[in-house]
Design a protein around this ligand. Structure first.
Ligand SMILES: Nc1nc2c(ncn2[C@@H]2O[C@H](COP(=O)(O)OP(=O)(O)OP(=O)(O)O)[C@@H](O)[C@H]2O)c(=O)[nH]1
Ligand SMILES: [Mg+2]
Length: 221
């Protein structure tokens, strides 16, 4: 039997991309910069957001995605930061439609913030393929995960604007070559900034917050 292929000229992510574009416009109408934070489970996304809340205070709101539970939202709520939890009920990544609903729930017009952080579901693969309407993607990598991950999971590291090496306080106890991570990321991506920080000690968290605020100012300039 002859192998016949039918070309369908539409991307499978096209419906998602349309909603993402609407989300981006809605963020921009309110002068908000949205950042999509991605990494493996446990690499420290929520802990970084907790630390950022101490720096950005009422300039930040958060949308947080998890397969199940409100645990991360409860942690972020405790900082006083406005937060909405998305429970995906099984999906291993956020999509633009879910984020659109969360934006309504957060009631962005009533907030006086400048940065919206979207914590994606812990996963180094699928979240990278879905535009949520963010202005930048950030990836966390920490010493316990190993310094070989960039080239093993290239889809995410190809698309990021911020590479965040976190849990820096653990570096003296682990074999983790920071320069290798940066070098391998640079082999995939020629337009990203590197941040080295510890959400535990607070070292470097301010620099990342300044970077976001500078990008928010550029958005509204
Ligand atoms: N030593 C140290 N531990 C950290 C740091 N950041 C996070 N942790 C710890 O790492 C563990 C996981 O942190 P979370 O912030 O919950 O990780 P997450 O990426 O949000 O996890 P998921 O939401 O499940 O994907 C917790 O025990 C944190 O206390 C850090 O900078 N230094
Ligand atoms: Mg988390």
């Amino acid at each position: 039997m002859t192998d016949r292929r039918i070309y369908i000229g539409t991307s499978v992510t096209a419906p998602n991309d349309e909603v993402a574009a609407q989300n981006r416009r809605a963020f921009e109408e309110r002068n908000l910069l949205a950042v999509n934070v991605m990494s493996s489970p446990g690499s420290g996304k929520t802990t970084l957001i907790e630390a950022m809340a101490g720096v950005l205070r009422d300039r930040m709101a958060v949308i947080v995605g998890d397969v199940q539970t409100r645990r991360d939202a409860e942690r972020i709520e405790a900082t006083g930061c406005p937060v909405h939890q998305i429970e995906t009920g099984g999906a291993c990544h956020l999509d633009a439609r879910r984020v659109a609903v969360a934006m309504k729930q957060l009631d962005l017009p009533s907030l006086d913030c400048r940065i919206v952080v979207i914590e994606n579901v812990g996963n180094l693969v699928c979240p990278a393929s879905f535009d949520l309407g963010e202005h930048m993607k950030a990836a966390l990598l920490s010493p316990p995960e190993g310094d070989d991950k960039v080239l093993k999971y290239p889809a995410l590291f190809t698309r990021i604007t911020a590479l965040i090496i976190t849990k820096l306080d653990l570096l003296p106890h682990m074999e983790f070559d920071v320069e290798r991570v940066v070098r391998e990321c640079a082999s995939l991506n020629d337009d990203f900034e590197t941040f080295k920080l510890s959400a535990r000690t607070g070292e470097g968290v301010g620099e990342f917050c300044e970077f976001l605020l500078a990008n928010q100012s550029a958005l509204t300039a």
